[in-house]
Design a binder for this molecule. Structure first.
Ligand SMILES: O=C(O)CCC(=O)C(=O)O
Ligand SMILES: [Fe+2]
Length: 249
């Protein structure tokens, strides 16, 4: 495992569950990232997109939007539709539990719907680390085909460990304390560490979002996704207040 494309796991179906879990863990620990093309069925993706659209049109649902109206999120969508709870998938559940060293504590699922709008910053609002102080592991499922133009997840490989944070400060002047990256990493960091995660609907991405990443600004079309968020302790209060909690009447 040493080429950048090795973060993609293509032979999952030939592996037993324990072996598949190990293969994903190995990649997330080494690269900070693992992608499994078409892990979820197209039928699951189509149904999920329909459910997300319906909830976006429901005035009783709490919806978050970015300033450009390019990124629409429903936090806690699994409270309305439990089949969207990707944490219940046995592979996702075991991988996340192993990465955190304990069963997933609290968390939720967020739906993501990206649309092209002039000046959009991409999902996540530009290059950042979700957390500089501790590992943060997320599972992301593409519900529509994702190519270079409709907002792929972009990630700098091997940027999530304590050592690599120190290396980035020493060699590239990216402070270890910096959550939002103030420089343009594409003009500072080696281009061969950058991956643009494109893939068909159903592709599953598990990553350590302590590493440097963003959703690429969307240039055309749209992108639907589901993302799982996890915390060892409770959900931080400033996030928890945005999360949908109960079933609609
Ligand atoms: O959805 C994506 O591609 C990345 C989003 C992200 O990085 C975030 O919301 O923190
Ligand atoms: Fe992020």
């Amino acid at each position: 495992m040493h080429g950048t494309v090795d973060y993609i796991l293509t032979d999952l179906r030939r592996r037993s569950l324990p072996d598949a879990v190990e293969a994903v863990l190995e990649r997330v620990r080494y690269f900070g990232l693992c992608m499994i093309p078409e892990y979820y069925s197209h039928q699951f993706c189509e149904q999920a997109v329909g459910i997300i659209r319906a909830h976006e049109a429901n005035r009783d649902v709490d919806i978050w939007r970015d300033a450009q109206g390019s990124d629409t999120r429903i936090m806690g969508i699994e409270a309305f539709q439990s089949e969207l709870d990707i944490r219940k998938d046995v592979l996702v559940g075991r991988v996340i539990a192993s990465l955190y060293g304990q069963p997933p504590g609290s968390g939720f699922i967020t739906s993501g719907h990206l649309l092209f709008r002039p000046g959009n910053l991409g999902s996540g609002g530009g290059w950042h680390r979700d957390s500089v102080h501790s590992d943060q592991f997320k599972a992301l499922v593409y519900l529509t085909d994702v190519n270079s133009d409709n907002g792929p997840f972009q990630y700098y490989l091997n940027t999530s460990s304590e050592n690599s944070l120190a290396e980035l400060e020493e060699h590239y002047d990216i402070p270890v304390t910096e959550n939002r990256i103030s420089c343009d990493p594409t003009s500072v960091l080696p281009v061969d560490r950058l991956v643009e995660v494109c893939g068909p609907a159903g592709s599953l991405i598990i990553s350590n979002t302590r590493g440097i990443h963003r959703g690429k600004p969307i240039q055309s079309n749209e992108r639907f996704s589901l993302t799982s968020y996890h915390w060892k302790g409770g959900i931080p209060a400033h996030i928890d207040k945005l999360v949908n909690k109960s079933c609609l009447a």
